[in-house]
Design a protein around this ligand. Structure first.
Ligand SMILES: Nc1nc2c(c(=O)[nH]1)N[C@H]1C(S)=C(S)[C@@H](COP(=O)(O)OP(=O)(O)OC[C@H]3O[C@@H](n4cnc5c(=O)[nH]c(N)nc54)[C@H](O)[C@@H]3O)O[C@H]1N2
Ligand SMILES: Nc1nc2c(c(=O)[nH]1)N[C@H]1C(S)=C(S)[C@@H](COP(=O)(O)OP(=O)(O)OC[C@H]3O[C@@H](n4cnc5c(=O)[nH]c(N)nc54)[C@H](O)[C@@H]3O)O[C@H]1N2
Ligand code: SF4
Ligand SMILES: [Mo]
Length: 745
């Protein structure tokens, strides 16, 4: 086998001198293009700046956009390949209607026929079973404008209370905890604060694969000498470089954070002035952890006690520090408690409202931040307002020009909507940007629910696995086919620019929604000429709420590389860092400690199901995979799910890498190749969830919800693992490279 180039000289000899530096004229020099459009990546919440190259109304390539401050030209594997999806032959070019006699079960139809059918079914179902029997599921890969529109459309267009969004599977535990403790729901810091931290604590986040650009911020902190703590059942790529690695048992984060708080208190590593002047209820938090000794924490979490003490010492004795968390601590039936237990650590040591300090959630989907503010959650109105608060309702009614009583009250959350469909209470569904069959827990249950719908209409640009259950499919738009704004992980509102026209007869998502509203006879509430019109109403609706965009304009957003909310009046510079001077967003200006006693996951291992299963992501695939499973180079990088397991477990099962294993839970079972790695706890297996059908990890997961945030417990299930039939060669870049090296040396 050929030897791989390793040294700089070998690399240059093989590939030439311009390894990291674009050749004169850029990477695509020689490719004639019509224009280059500055915009942002369509995938994760980092929302990297990128320049798309356009030729004949096709995105044909990209160029790094070095000036955009957040990523300064850096992109991850998904960002650089995203341009390959638009031209995919599966792209929907017409609306479809179900036709069992056609190949694939659908035939193209006209917009008039598709929308007439949609509206008559909505009217029939609502007329027969009541308004709330028709539900709406929205998503946050869509812009702020579309998120806002979906909220208004469900409430005033369809007059249903049952509207929720896929952030319910993602950001809601952090959102609920942030609001409860701090009064506002946003990362407290711009990412430029990370390099200023003396200690970086990453809890339940696979930063290198899921928020890749954040890695470079952490490296910059490391260059200044910052210490790194990582808490994860797996030694993630970032964790390999940690000073303290806490390889905890899935579902034990609040015990770990509680133990750390206990150690901070015992050693008096506290900021007493901060606690006294800027917080309330410290005693409650202290009382809850009074018995959480290092010995107890070590036993519950399965982590050596000295490491927990060392993590507490680093966190407690550093002047500045940032704790970054993601779904690893949030996807739990106690996700809100886990986040609160992290916030307690920040408050106890005064790590808020100053450079290099804060406890931040790393947002997930492209518009994971903005999408959770604009009012398409079941309990929310725009500006992150509360749908049950009479003043908030009255203000939004005044913006919408309706009577307050016309705004429905709180409806069901995403999983509860699907449960209600399963129970026969909800009969119709419109979805946009949501693929529940792949992404919700307990696939069998979701499939049964979708099959029971009397009418289902998704808006998508590909026929997702959920859309296979549809009666009508409306051909919507890829991110690059429309314009609008999103709000990134930092709370920075940025401008998405249109690069190409929607192809064929596909239409812009918001135009489809407006058309349905008009046909429902509710057009008077939806008189928008273009997306900027929607933005201008949205920012008025947000005014006075915590997520206030009132002072922003599209021009300013572009000129200033984005604006951080709150930006409450014209000319306001925006607010990169929240809570400066210890001023929190509750009316009394003080943050709340919350007592967090530890409790177990909804399902724990036993003799029948003795192994923990946790699920998540790989770098080259994105969410339910509708998009990235259609991008060849990304598929090649990680073509199918693998079951990661430790060599000790593999030995017990008599399994080596590539052997098929059967993984079963109380919900279902699946067969997939094993991948034997030392980077996981021996009592835990990990399966990425980006695939559908028999390859869907969610066949195994549990529908248990957090009682407050209603997020499903994706990160903890109990399973049984057994050796199955057969062996397959697995593509594992790291293993192959080592083998190649072994053979060549
Ligand atoms: N490549 C890629 N990037 C993405 C996405 C994608 O699909 N692919 N999706 C985007 C979205 S929407 C999201 S939400 C984010 C998610 O970003 P992350 O939350 O970083 O990703 P996950 O893989 O879901 O889980 C993170 C880590 O949690 C660990 N974990 C599992 N159980 C536990 C536990 O009980 N406690 C702790 N402390 N850790 C645990 C897992 O081992 C994993 O390393 O990524 C965004 N970026
Ligand atoms: N087991 C397990 N399950 C999980 C998770 C996990 O860690 N483990 N993670 C959860 C998390 S954090 C998330 S965020 C969810 C995501 O779950 P989903 O929201 O279901 O996943 P997506 O793949 O984003 O589905 C979006 C659909 O919208 C379409 N789409 C994308 N952009 C647009 C747009 O601009 N317009 C229109 N019209 N359509 C669009 C895509 O083609 C796709 O079909 O999955 C959750 N499910
Ligand atoms: S880090 Fe996220 S936003 Fe940036 S290129 Fe990768 S997927 Fe896109
Ligand atoms: Mo997510």
């Amino acid at each position: 086998m050929a030897e791989l180039p390793v040294t700089e000289e070998e690399l240059i000899a093989k590939y030439g001198p311009h390894l990291n530096e674009a050749p004169p004229g850029g990477w695509n020099a020689g490719l004639e293009i019509d224009r280059e459009v500055k915009t942002h990546c369509c995938f994760c919440g980092q929302q990297c700046g990128i320049k798309l190259k356009v030729k004949d109304e096709q995105v044909v390539g990209f160029e790094p956009w070095y000036e955009f401050p957040f990523n300064q030209g850096k992109l991850c594997p998904k960002g650089v390949k995203r341009y390959l999806q638009g031209a995919h032959p599966d792209r929907l070019l017409d609306p479809l209607e179900r036709d069992p006699s056609s190949e694939g079960g659908f035939r193209p139809t006209t917009w008039d026929a598709a929308l007439d059918r949609t509206v008559s079914e909505i009217k029939r179902i609502q007329g027969t079973y009541g308004k709330d029997a028709f539900a709406v599921l929205s998503g946050v890969s869509i812009t702020n404008e579309k998120s806002y529109l979906m909220g208004k459309f469900a409430r005033l267009g369809l007059q249903t209370a049952n509207l929720d969004y896929n952030g319910r599977l993602c950001m809601v535990s952090a959102g609920a905890a942030n609001k409860r403790a701090l009064g506002m729901d946003r990362a407290p810091n711009p990412w430029s604060d990370i390099p200023l931290a003396d200690v970086v604590f990453v809890a339940g986040s696979n930063v290198a694969e899921c928020s890749p650009i954040t890695t470079s911020y952490i490296w910059r902190a490391r260059d200044r000498g910052a210490k790194l703590i990582v808490a994860d059942p797996r030694v993630t790529p970032l964790a390999r470089t940690a000073d303290v690695f806490l390889g905890l048992k899935p579902g034990t984060d609040s015990a770990l954070m509680g133990t750390i708080l206990h150690i901070l208190i015992v050693n008096d590593w506290l900021d007493h002035d901060f606690i006294a002047n800027h917080t309330v209820d410290f005693e409650q938090a202290a009382e809850a952890v009074k018995n959480y000794t290092p010995e107890w924490g070590s036993q519950v979490c399965g982590v050596p006690k000295d490491r927990i003490i060392e993590a507490a010492r680093l966190w407690g004795t550093s002047a500045t520090g940032m704790l970054l968390h993601a779904r690893g601590i949030e996807h739990h039936s106690k996700g809100v408690e886990n986040v609160l237990s992290c916030i307690n650590l920040g408050l106890a040591t005064g790590k808020y409202g100053k450079p290099g300090s804060g406890v931040s959630t790393i947002t997930g989907q492209g518009n994971g931040q903005g999408g959770r503010e604009q009012g398409h959650k079941c309990d929310q109105l725009p500006g992150n307002r509360d749908i049950s608060n009479p003043e908030h309702r009255a203000y939004i009614a005044s913006v919408w020009g309706c009577d307050e009583s016309e705004i429905p009250h709180k409806g069901l959350s995403a999983q509860e909507i699907v449960n209600a469909i399963h129970d026969g209470e909800i009969k119709g569904l419109l979805s946009i940007c949501f693929n529940p069959l792949v992404s919700l827990p307990d696939t069998k249950h979701t499939a049964e629910a979708l099959a029971k719908l009397e009418f289902y209409v998704p808006i998508d640009f590909f026929l997702s696995e959920s859309a296979q259950y549809a009666d009508v499919v409306l051909a919507g738009t890829l991110q690059e086919e429309d314009e609008g704004t999103t709000t990134s992980v930092e709370g920075r509102c940025i401008k998405i620019n249109q690069a190409v026209r929607p192809p064929g007869n596909a239409r812009k998502d918001w135009e489809i929604i407006l058309d349905i509203a008009r046909r429902m006879g509710r057009g008077r509430y939806f008189e928008f000429e273009d997306t900027e019109d929607i933005f201008n109403e949205m920012k008025v609706a947000s005014h006075g709420g915590t997520a206030d965009y009132f002072g922003m304009t599209w021009d300013r957003i572009e000129d200033e590389f984005g604006i951080f909310w709150p930006c409450p009046e014209e000319g306001h510079p925006g607010t990169p860092r929240l809570y400066e001077g210890g001023q929190f967003a509750h009316p009394d200006g003080k943050a709340r400690f919350v007592g967090v006693p530890y409790r177990e996951a909804a399902e724990v291992v036993d003799d029948e199901y003795p192994i923990w299963l946790t699920t998540g992501r790989v770098v080259s695939q994105y969410l339910s995979g509708t998009q990235t499973r259609r991008i060849g180079p990304l598929v090649e990088q990680y073509p199918e799910p693998l079951c990661e397991m430790h060599p000790r477990l593999a030995e017990q099962l008599g399994v080596t890498s590539g052997d098929i294993v059967e993984v079963s839970s109380r919900r279902g079972s699946m067969s997939l190749p094993a991948r034997v790695v030392e980077s996981i706890r021996p009592d835990t297996v990990f399966i990425p969830y980006h695939w559908a059908g028999t390859k869907a990890a969610n066949q195994l997961t549990n529908r248990a919800l957090d009682p407050v945030s209603k997020i499903p417990e994706y990160k903890v299930s109990a399973v049984r693992v057994a050796k199955g039939e057969g062996h397959t060669k697995i593509y594992d870049r790291r293993v192959t490279t080592l083998q190649e090296k072994g053979q060549s040396s």
